[in-house]
Design a binder for this molecule. Structure first.
Ligand SMILES: Nc1ncnc2c1ncn2[C@@H]1O[C@H](COP(=O)(O)OP(=O)(O)O)[C@@H](O)[C@H]1O
Ligand SMILES: [Mg+2]
Length: 341
């Protein structure tokens, strides 16, 4: 483990991080290791399980009953909408709020470390080696979630939260999610300061990367490839060839992970040294884009995707003109300017 020094230049961070990739590539495993790494560093973390297969809780050490007992954010959507809407006059009722509805004057914003009704309903506190984190989960996906119908999206609750989140200093939201067409249509893939694409050294593994890269490029989304289950020089060569400069780091087979899966969890400090170094490299890569955070662009893209979703299905579904929900003078910021009375 890399020691945590409070005086280090990079200790004050606030980032939204996504782990994406093909099913089975290791998103959940690497998300959970990164979350543990952050917790061990003393950083406040909100972890979100938005993967098709809901395994983040288990990867963070919850037993079956505890994991199954996590509340589903999808089931709390009415509460989430009602809370976030606040007194925003542009949103007549939470019934007209879709997953892309942007915040505006009067909306309630979420902060990472506060207590609020959304966390109360959806989050559970999880004790890790290094400290406590908050865990939220979308809930299990159904057939209809995986189709093209945007309004069925299980991740809608997460998107609303991301769009209303002002993460303060030294805080992280880490989302374990699927690299699906749904996140491209809704714009969810633009909601992160850094996206780690987990890829195994296989053709299938890197094909998801290629697709993601195209979308990411068009929207200026910072994207890095994390090679997983890399066993040989040949594996490494392959990933280097396929991902070039986007390849940030690789993780090998981990006996620590295997032991945990056998129910023989070991202290996090005993994670293999090379893998621990890879986690620190992820932390540093996130740090490197910190200065590029651009709240205006963030807000602009949120509005862009809202208008697109409004036109393609939202207006028809709600029977209202959802473009009217956009507050043209509102910019989401780290420290929101005082709202006019
Ligand atoms: N670096 C690794 N070392 C050992 N086992 C791993 C590693 N990465 C992933 N696995 C195992 O591979 C399987 C799939 O990983 P998982 O994280 O669940 O993938 P995903 O979330 O992308 O579907 C799990 O059983 C996990 O424990
Ligand atoms: Mg998973």
């Amino acid at each position: 483990m890399v020691p945590f020094t409070a005086s280090a230049r990079h200790t004050l961070l606030n980032m939204k991080i996504a782990f994406v990739g093909k099913g089975g590539s290791g998103k959940t495993t690497l998300s959970s290791l990164f979350i543990r790494h952050l917790a061990a560093r003393g950083a406040p973390v909100v972890a979100v399980d938005a993967d098709i297969n809901q395994h983040l809780g288990a990867a963070l050490g919850l037993d079956e009953d505890e994991a199954a007992g996590l509340p589903a954010m999808g089931g709390q959507l009415p509460l989430i909408k009602e809370y976030l809407r606040g007194s925003n006059p542009r949103i007549a009722s939470s019934d007209t709020m879709i997953k892309t509805t942007p915040p505006g004057e009067g909306s309630r914003l979420l902060r990472l470390q506060e207590d609020n009704p959304v966390y109360e309903a959806c989050a559970r506190s999880v004790a890790l080696d290094g400290g406590r984190i908050r865990l939220l989960a979308t809930g299990p996906f159904t057939e209809s979630d995986l189709g093209v119908a945007c309004y069925h999206s299980k991740t809608g609750a997460v998107e609303l939260c991301l769009n209303h989140l002002v993460d303060g200093r030294g805080e992280f939201m880490v989302v374990d999610m699927t690299a699906g067409s749904d996140s491209f249509a809704s714009g969810m893939f633009t909601r992160f300061d850094m996206t780690f694409l987990v890829a195994e050294p296989t053709r299938k593994g890197v094909s998801v990367y290629r697709q993601y890269k195209e979308y990411a490029r068009d929207f200026g989304v910072p994207l890095k490839v994390v090679g997983n289950k890399v066993q040989s020089e040949d594996d490494l060569d392959f990933l280097r060839q396929q991902a070039g400069e986007d390849l940030l780091v690789t993780v090998g087979h981990s006996d620590w992970v295997r032991a945990m899966e056998k129910g023989r969890a070991r202290p996090f400090a005993e994670l293999e040294e090379p893998n621990a170094r890879s986690l620190e490299a992820l932390y540093e890569a996130a740090d490197a884009v910190y200065e590029q955070r651009d709240w205006e662009r963030y807000t602009r893209q949120m509005v862009h995707f809202h208008l697109r979703n409004a036109e393609s299905w939202g207006n028809a579904k709600t029977g209202t003109d959802l473009a009217a929900q956009v507050d043209p003078s509102f910019i989401l910021r780290e420290e929101p300017a005082p709202q006019p009375a």
